[in-house]
Design a protein around this ligand. Structure first.
Ligand code: ZN
Length: 286
């Protein structure tokens, strides 16, 4: 069957888009408060993520965590969970719907249904200057998933064991003391920290390009709830050419946790769980 182009095709294409989720009604994070409380915060923990591997870390609510490039340009795949209930976890798709394809200072990592609340707020981003480049690329994306051995087997064949999915699975299994089979379903779509990505204008395909990150760059977050985090140092390194292999130069990443002084966050209100009553129309007025 051939496609028939309607006479008003151009007129239909010319309809002006509207933003799906206007965010004027979203609660605004108090960045001034978070930054003031950060001034005298003390470092309480640090975790070094080895290349082509992952590590877990805990961040109590009201603390900060910083992810830094330390030895060379490197992309990280970040998962977050509510430390007390792993069913509440980062929701990449809704974060994208609310904030766009990439996140930066003042934007948040939102949790899954039914809680749908901020898990972490970006308070600092040394790559905030990058913006959107001429290819439509930007940094810290919520459009990719995480590199994984299943897609690699589908497209290239073979068994590769250091994709971010596998790295995160091993780290979660070791942290929780559970089997790989039990750990794997906890791994979810990530925030691609430092990764520079977009969609090609002509074919709409997901692209990556060499990350602009350099040693010393970091992204820092305020933990809105008690968090378990897992970060993978992607086998793609700076993701300039490929992932899902040992070809790329790959570097460690550093995670540091900071605790503010007592009372510094007195004015902070922890996020409530989402207000929807979950009746789905059956128990109350239809
Ligand atoms: Zn990866």
């Amino acid at each position: 069957m051939s496609i028939i182009v309607p006479e008003d095709a151009e007129a239909r294409r010319a309809v002006v888009p509207v933003v799906c989720y206007p965010v004027e009604t979203l609660p605004v994070p108090d960045l001034a408060l978070f930054r003031a409380a950060r001034q005298d915060a003390e470092k309480t923990d640090e975790v070094r993520v080895p290349p082509r591997d992952a590590a877990c870390f805990n961040v109590p609510a009201g603390h900060y965590f910083r992810i830094s490039s330390i030895e060379g340009p490197q992309v990280g795949d970040l998962n977050l969970w509510n430390a007390a209930d792993l069913s509440e976890r980062f929701y990449s798709g809704k974060t994208r719907a609310l904030h766009g394809t990439h996140i930066t200072t003042g934007e948040r990592m939102w949790s899954s249904f039914p809680t749908l609340r901020p898990m972490a707020t970006v308070t600092e981003d040394t790559l905030g200057w990058y913006g959107i480049d001429g290819f439509g690329g930007s940094v810290h994306d919520v459009i990719g998933t995480r590199c994984d051995p299943y897609t690699n087997a589908l497209l290239a064949g073979g068994q590769y064991h250091h994709c971010c999915l596998s790295n995160l699975t091993r780290a979660v299994a070791a942290h929780l003391g559970v089997s790989l089979a039990e750990a794997e379903p906890h791994v979810h779509d990530v925030l691609n920290v430092f990764m520079c990505t977009g969609f090609t204008r002509d074919t709409g395909q997901y692209f990556m390009k060499a990350s602009p990150v350099r040693p010393g760059d970091y992204i820092e977050f305020f933990a809105e709830i008690d968090l378990l985090g897992a970060l993978s140092a992607c086998p793609g390194g700076d993701c300039s050419s490929e992932h899902s292999s040992d070809e790329a130069a790959c570097h460690p990443l550093l995670v540091e946790v900071f605790r503010p002084q007592d009372g510094a966050l007195k004015a902070w209100q922890p996020p409530q769980i989402n207000g929807y009553d979950r009746s789905h129309g059956l128990n109350g007025d239809a």
